[in-house]
Write a protein of this length. Structure first.
Length: 185
């Protein structure tokens, strides 16, 4: 397994000049448990903008939010369950959106997107359902091990120094640090 080493000085510089939209994230994480996300247009607009769901089809978003509403109290739900459901209902291989739905339900779980793939030097995007499930499992193992390293402690320390007590999970702080590094090349 690769050992992740994120650039602390660059993360400090980028995080201190990047809008990470903490208030929008907090709203999503609190509101998901207070409202019916399958019908609440205001929630869906904020979520769509924050997680860039706006480029999906109406059918996909209906399936997505219905599933989120039905399963939002189940913080033991697995990526595989979400991914297989979205795939069977929409035909889309939406690894990133499935991971974002999982993270919304269980904030201890990582989000996968192209920036994570690029900055963690992960292999190409998987092309089958089984590869996708294995791929996400590998990401979970990699980040779980990474969180035990001095580099992760330093990245989290930078985040805490810049933003104070946010209530974010360590995995979300790492996600924000990776996101701050910029788009995949």
């Amino acid at each position: 397994m690769k050992i992740i080493e994120l650039p602390i000085a660059e993360i400090y510089k980028k995080l201190s000049s990047t809008d990470i939209k903490l208030e929008t994230y907090r709203y999503i994480m609190e509101a998901v448990h207070k409202i019916d996300v399958s019908t609440n247009a205001a929630f869906q607009r904020k979520y769509n903008g924050f997680y860039v769901l706006r480029f999906t089809t109406e059918h996909f978003r209906r399936v997505y939010y219905s599933y989120m509403e039905t399963h939002k109290a189940n913080n033991t739900i697995q990526f595989e369950d979400i991914f297989r459901h979205l795939y069977s209902e929409t035909g889309g291989m939406e690894l990133s959106f499935a991971s974002k739905l999982l993270h919304t339900i269980n904030p201890e779980m990582p989000i996968w997107d192209s920036r994570v793939r690029y900055h963690l030097n992960l292999k190409r995007r998987p092309i089958s359902v089984e590869e996708t499930i294995d791929y996400y499992s590998e990401l979970v193992v990699m980040l779980t091990e990474y969180l035990k390293t001095p580099n992760a402690t330093a990245v989290i320390g930078v985040f805490d120094e810049l933003f104070g007590e946010t209530g974010l999970t360590p995995i979300k702080k790492i996600d924000n640090a990776i996101w701050s590094l910029g788009k995949a090349q």
